[in-house]
Design a protein around this ligand. Structure first.
Ligand SMILES: O=C(NCCNC(=O)c1cc(-c2ccc(F)cc2)cc(O)c1O)c1cc(O)ncn1
Ligand SMILES: [Mg+2]
Length: 214
């Protein structure tokens, strides 16, 4: 049996990036996925918006739902201040295994904790498991029909605080229409849409930034 797409992405990182250099890991993945084979990383266009929101929020505790190969984990962790942490949740063990290696190649393993399992099962256990009060930043990039139930779960588990920033990928493509309805019609959120393109394509996509108002 042949290699998987995530395995080929890891190979491209090991071949073309410099160990311990997160930017070179990001560039190697973007080059491979733009010129060799498409993959569902947030990518370089939407990645610049992610970078700017992250720099503005400067989170101490960040959560990512949907790790895949760890591309956005590297984008997020490279911008975190010392002692700040990223917890990233991945359902698919094969994805998690590759992501662990890509995050380590970037030298960011001390800032990132990968948790394997279903977000709906893991979110209620986060406070006790990680001794955290709440998240300052959440990046939603997993199954699009989990965005609403997991956002409600984060609220109900007291994992959001006044000012927590949620940033959701793919709200246009593949689309998260229920999520847009939920955050845009909800007095507890202040939302803004950042138009962009689907990673490595010219198709329309974008990020929705929603501030939890408590
Ligand atoms: O989280 C899991 N998959 C990735 C979710 N992310 C996406 O589905 C996703 C899809 C696309 C996309 C866009 C256009 C197109 F034509 C095909 C795919 C883009 C993106 O940027 C994504 O983020 C997952 C997997 C699994 O096997 N088990 C549990 N969870
Ligand atoms: Mg995505």
């Amino acid at each position: 049996t042949g290699s998987s797409r995530p395995q080929r992405i890891l190979k491209a990182v090991q071949k073309n990036a410099t160990k311990g250099d997160p930017q070179s890991v990001i560039s190697a993945i973007d080059y491979y996925c733009r010129h060799k084979e498409w993959a569902m990383n947030v990518g370089d266009d939407k990645g610049l918006i992610l970078d700017s929101v992250l720099t503005e929020v400067n989170p101490s505790m960040a959560l990512e739902l949907g790790t895949y190969c760890g591309y956005s984990s590297v984008r997020i962790a490279r911008l975190l201040s010392p002692n700040s942490k990223l917890i990233t949740v991945e359902f698919n063990p094969a994805f998690a295994a590759i992501a662990r290696q890509i995050i380590a190649y970037a030298g960011l393993q001390d800032k990132v904790t990968i948790v394997e399992g279903a977000s709906g099962d893991l979110i209620p256990k986060m406070k006790e498991r990680f001794g955290l009060k709440s998240f300052d930043f959440v990046f939603l990039d997993h199954w699009k029909d989990r965005y609403v139930p997991d956002t409600k779960l984060l609220e109900d588990c007291g994992l959001l605080r006044k000012g927590t920033v949620l940033l959701a990928d793919n709200v246009i493509c593949p689309g998260a229409p229920e999520y847009l309805k939920y955050v845009r019609n909800n007095p507890r959120y202040e939302s803004r849409y950042y138009p962009s393109v689907l990673e490595y394509t010219k198709a329309e996509d974008g990020l929705e930034k929603s501030v939890f108002l408590g």
